[in-house]
Design a protein around this ligand. Structure first.
Ligand code: SF4
Length: 472
């Protein structure tokens, strides 16, 4: 079968994509493509925003390549663009099967099916997509055949049908490496500048199930690590192919598996690899010793989700870390001289405006190299969504606004507008500090960060510079 897998066109204009000028490869599609190729199918990936394709050029790709199936991926804020693509494909050829995957479709499969999608791939996509494509090859979209495929949803006689959940891939080493050869590897950017980076993922799943995060609900609560050998084999091959040693691990919690981290570092040592990498961590799964070991093997940046300056909020979201530990770990990062990003969320439903201000003050106390602030966003599939929906807190149902930079819900004690204002104030308060600006100037990074902040806070940045009062 000829299978065209695509990121829909038009999403580069969304706020989400303007932030940090970031264009990252669709690793999930590349992994599915690899499994389909291994299964004997002919696959093409069209990463529309990275290639700068509008809908007409995207449809041109579809018309000239003549796929037997088109597969689209989307997240919540990009879902309408994916539905636009479905409409365009169906107008061109109503019989061309269109399938869709990703977290939004997984949890809102009825909505996706209502947009004209023939089949939704729910959850982990590789094995389900392969089995689905094989089923379509043999029987088209015959409902009786589709019912045998685990992990999908489709319409049968005007009614949505959800098949049994597919068990997770227990041994991730069984999957082939992502098909990077199908991606425009030279076109990815950071801060709007082209950069050759190998994005990689060493694990899937998370045991914590924080109420605002979909990771545990999409990938499962059991964290699964690939073997260190399998990961480093992939990196070595990709580094040689794409002539770069810069690696970004997209795992949420890379350091959660100490055994994996030790083996990974040993592999790097034994192979004498010179790499520069960044990864996500938790303040309770790293110590100074591990930090030093990571730094010596090329770790240049660590990303920590601290989330809040209120221990009560941290407890309520289920993060299971302490503020004291965060203070200690951020101090170690400074001593070890490793760049560290702290991520903070304002606007959990139970918070007050003062709680949000305290979160910003806590960020300033921790003084990470960079602080990322977002506003609590009720993504479908998460407990936060269930609470916000159940309590009638959601005020904005336009999925394009679900970027974590736009407030879409009110709290029990704050309005949607107050949450929005708190987010803007957080950025101004953190980044307009004299000490921060001087340090950036000394490191020659000022223009980069100013561009990033400006992009992140369009269109309210200028207004806020004129009105720097704290949120009320
Ligand atoms: S925020 Fe981090 S710790 Fe919490 S569920 Fe998501 S990935 Fe896991």
């Amino acid at each position: 079968m000829k299978v065209l897998l695509a990121v829909p066109p038009g999403i580069e204009k969304l706020e989400l994509y303007k932030v940090l000028g970031l264009r990252a490869p669709p690793l999930g599609l590349a992994w599915i493509a690899a499994v389909l190729e291994q299964g004997g199918h002919d696959v093409k990936i069209v990463d529309s925003p990275t290639l700068g394709l509008d809908m007409a050029s995207f449809m041109n790709e579809v018309k000239t390549w003549h796929p037997d199936v088109v597969g689209l991926t989307a997240m919540t804020p990009t879902i309408y663009k994916a539905y636009d693509a479905v409409k365009a494909i169906k107008e061109y050829d109503a019989d061309l099967p269109v399938i869709m995957g990703g977290p939004h479709s997984t949890f809102m499969y009825e909505e996706s099916l209502g947009s004209g999608v023939d089949v939704v791939v729910r959850g982990e996509g590789e094995l389900t997509t392969l089995e689905l494509i094989n089923a379509i090859e043999r029987n088209g979209l015959d409902p009786a055949a589709l019912k045998k495929v685990e992990g999908i949803a489709f319409m049968d006689g005007g009614k949505p049908v959800m098949t049994r959940d597919r068990p997770i891939v227990r041994n991730l080493d069984d999957l082939p490496p992502p098909a990077r050869h199908l991606l425009p590897m030279d076109r990815y950017t950071l801060f709007g500048k082209p950069i050759r980076i190998i994005h990689a993922m060493a694990s899937r799943g998370c045991p914590y199930g924080c109420s605002f995060c979909s990771t545990s609900y999409f990938w499962g609560r059991m964290i699964r690590y690939r073997s260190a050998k399998n990961v480093v084999d992939e990196l070595e091959d990709a580094m040689a192919r794409y002539k770069t040693n810069v690696i970004a691990f997209t795992d949420d919690e890379f350091t959660l598996g100490r055994k994996f981290v030790n083996e990974f570092l040993r592999e790097i040592d034994e192979r004498g690899l010179d790499i520069s990498f960044s990864c996500g961590s938790r303040v309770d799964t790293i110590d100074k010793e591990m930090m030093l070991a990571l730094q010596r093997r090329g770790c240049s940046a660590l990303y920590f989700g601290v989330e809040s300056g209120s221990q009560e909020s941290i407890n309520r979201i289920g993060k299971r870390i302490t503020l004291d530990r965060a203070v200690k770990v951020f101090q170690w990062a400074k001593e070890v001289k490793i760049s560290h990003v702290g991520s903070f969320v304002v606007g959990f439903p139970w918070e007050t405006v003062d709680d949000m201000k305290n979160t910003v003050k806590f960020a300033i106390k921790l003084k990470p190299t960079y602080a990322q602030f977002t506003v609590a966003t009720p993504y479908p599939g998460t407990p936060l969504y269930a609470e916000a929906e159940g309590e009638g807190l959601i005020e904005d149902r336009n999925w394009e606004h679900y970027t974590t930079l736009t407030a879409v819900m009110r709290g029990y004690r704050f309005t949607k507008e107050q949450a929005q204002k708190a987010l803007q104030w957080a950025y101004i308060r953190y980044y307009a500090r004299l000490g921060f600006l001087l340090s950036e100037m000394l490191h020659g990074r000022l223009s980069t960060i100013v561009t990033a902040i400006r992009n992140a806070l369009v269109p309210w940045f200028n207004e806020q510079l004129l009105h720097r009062e704290p949120p009320q």
